[in-house]
Each structure stands twice: as C-alpha cells, then as structure tokens.
Unconditional design. Structure first.
Lengths: 314, 76
C-alpha cells in the first residue's frame, strides 16, 4: 500500500490547482512497476549481454531473502541452544506455519510418504512469497520519501531519490513470479522422474490404451496443459498483487482528480476525508487477506501439481 | 483516434464480461457450499476444503482475463 508521493501529499487548502499537473495513470504505473534499467539503484556491469544492475524489485527480493534467512536461523538456533526444549513465542509461530504447510497442504496432496521430501521446498515458497507480498503493504519507501522531502534534502540523483521510485512489491512483477513458477515446473518434473523414472514420467502425461488417432489430438493438448499451469501460477500471483495496489492508488487518486476538476484543493480534501481514505483503508485490510491467500494458493497449487505427477494413475 | 477509443471500449466491455463470468462461477460455488453445509453440518470443513481448489482455478482464469484487458489499455 503505497500512499501517493510525498510531494503530492503536501496540500495547501487555499492553493488553486493548475490543470495538467497530475496524471493519475502515470502515478499509478510508477508506483506498481519496477524502476527502469536506465536509472537503477546500484549500477552493475553487463554479463553475457544481461544487465545485472539492481532495480527496486531485485533489492526487495534481497531484503526479503536476507530478512527470512536471518530471522528463521536466529529463532531456530536460539531454540536449539535452550536447556529445556520449550518453544517460545516466535518458535511456536514458526512451528505452526511448518505444521500447517506439512499437514494440510503437502500431506493431503502428495501422500504421507513423499510429504517429508517436498515440505522444505513448498514451505520455502510459501514463506518467501508471503513475506515478499507483505513487505509491499509497509510504506517503508514512502516514509523515506517524506523524510527526504522534509529532513534529508538529498540531490536529484542520490541513492535515496532512486530508491523512492518504483513499487516495493517484488511479487507484483511478472518476471519474479515467472521465476517462482519455473521452480514449480522443475519440481513437477523432478517429482515425476523420481517416482516413475524419466521416460515413464513423460508417458504418464497422456492416458494409456486409447485408439491411436486420438493421441494426435491428445498429445498437443497435454503439452499445452503442462505449460499453462506455471503460466497461470505466474499470472495469478503477479496480477493479484498488482491489482490490489492499483485499486488503492486509483481510489486515492480521486483526491487529486476532484481537486483539479473543481479547481480548488478543498474539494480534494473533502473527497479524501469522506470517500478516498476510508475506502483505501478498507481495501488495505482486504489486501492483508489477499497477501495471505495468494501465498497459500501458490503453495497449494504447486503441491497439487507435484502430487498429480507423483500419483499418475492412467 | 477512433481506433484507440474502440480499444478502450473493448477493454472495458471485456472486463465487464470477465467479472460477470467469474461472479456467476463463484456465486454458484458458494451456493453449492452453503447447501452442502446446511444438509451436512458435520462435513463443513471437508466441503470447504474441497471447494478451495476449483475456487482458485476459477479465480486464476478471471485474473488472466483482467490482465489481458489491462494490457489492451496499456499497450494500446
């Protein structure tokens, strides 16, 4: 939930808004998209023709990964060093998450036998996606923008100015979710290969014992179906994360749209108090649920697809 | 200019159709769950567990449609 930029939040109630200053579409896109490669946060050289410069979403991925690694390791190590094995509050929460994924997501879909082998992967996916989603709800960079506007006064091309551009939700980027879906795609093949053998896994994709002409129709369909699953995972997660943010920003943009339309900032403040802020707050509450549900859905569907590869009864 | 206007109209109408379809689908699913739980309250957790997967698959299709509508507008 990225509130509008610090610069736009400074509203003088008696100021007359000049037309053409505020473009809602551009503001919204600027707040959900990645920073451009022309102006990244950290410049890195090109390797094999790929620009490795660190943009906003890459930075957020690193922050989430580092945060999770440090926190989870710290909680578990502290627990294992204790004299008596009584879990504290953090350890209890962690155990609950692990048991939830293992017992109600992985085990029913993959079976008890394979659950212990595949829980680590799916648990990692769940926790990583959950935190990458959730960090987008915290207006860290907007607070940084406010601090920059009022206190820091950094230059136009300082690292702070570069960091406040772009959206903080890495999972709202289709490239990020595509990479996550590719992990699931690989896991499906590995799971099928481990249980049935490499050739048998591919044979399992189509049902056995049908008349030969049917296979001309069936084989391409099954191949398309195999590729559509990770594609749907990609789109679902990224579109849900982007969509919620766009809706909230569009509602907040009404403040400025109305202020410009009626020519006075007072109208914008009125619309903000009566309509925009309460609705945006409610949408943010809904976003908290969506963040949880989407992380759960990605994990559940990954488990279902891996389970389908393991229990292929054709 | 008219082409742009038609593209916008198409995106808007398409989004509306997507929402109608998804709404009908989720509504039917919810109706089925409510009926099932009303008849068999003891199986409530099993019934709601079984509806999760089709619900998310349905939602995925709807989201795909919305993304393509958005792409029509953004890529015009």
């Amino acid at each position: 939930m990225t509130p509008v930029f610090a610069q736009e939040l400074v509203v003088d109630p008696h100021a007359v808004i000049e037309p053409g200053k505020f473009d809602a579409g551009e503001l919204i896109i600027g707040h959900v998209s990645n920073t451009s490669l022309q102006d990244p946060i950290i410049h890195l050289p090109r390797v094999f023709g790929i620009d490795l410069s660190v943009t906003k979403h890459v930075l957020m991925l690193w922050i989430v990964a580092a945060f999770l690694f440090v926190t989870v390791t710290w909680i578990v190590r502290r627990f294992s060093r204790q004299e008596k094995p009584i879990p504290g509050r953090a350890m209890s929460a962690l155990e609950y998450a692990v048991e939830f994924i293992r017992d109600s997501v992985v085990a029913p879909n993959l079976g008890k036998k394979h659950a212990t082998a595949w829980t680590p992967l799916l648990l990692t996916l769940f926790v990583f996606i959950l935190f990458a989603n959730a960090i987008g709800l915290i207006p860290l960079f907007d607070l940084l923008g406010l601090a920059d506007h009022w206190v820091l006064h950094t230059g136009d091309h300082s690292i702070v100015k570069r960091m406040i551009h772009g959206g903080p939700t890495a999972t709202g980027n289709f490239n990020v979710t595509a990479a996550l879906a590719v992990i699931t795609f690989g896991a499906i093949i590995v799971a099928g290969t481990r249980v049935h053998g490499f050739v048998q896994h591919w044979k399992n994709l189509v049902p056995r014992g049908l008349p030969a002409p049917l296979y001309i129709l069936l084989v391409p369909m099954e191949i398309i179906g195999m590729l559509v699953r990770p594609f749907a995972l990609t789109m679902r997660l990224a579109a849900n994360m982007t969509g919620g943010h766009i809706a909230i920003l569009a509602i907040l943009s009404f403040v400025f749209v109305f202020a410009r339309m009626l020519g006075t900032a007072l109208a914008g403040v009125g619309v903000g108090i009566v309509f925009s802020v309460p609705l945006a707050a409610a949408m943010s509450g809904l976003e908290i649920i969506i963040v949880l549900v989407q992380a759960y859905v990605f994990t559940l569907l990954s488990a279902v697809f891996i389970g389908m590869a393991i229990h292929a009864h054709h | 200019m008219e082409g742009f206007a038609l593209a916008y109209a198409g995106a808007g109408i398409g989004l509306g159709l997507v929402v109608i379809g998804a709404g009908v689908g989720i509504g039917r699913l919810a109706a089925g769950v409510a009926e099932g739980v009303a008849r068999q309250p003891s199986a409530a957790s099993q019934i709601s567990g079984a509806t999760n997967l089709p619900l998310f698959l349905l939602e995925g299709v709807a989201v795909l449609g919305e993304v393509f509508c958005l792409l029509i507008v953004l890529l015009k």
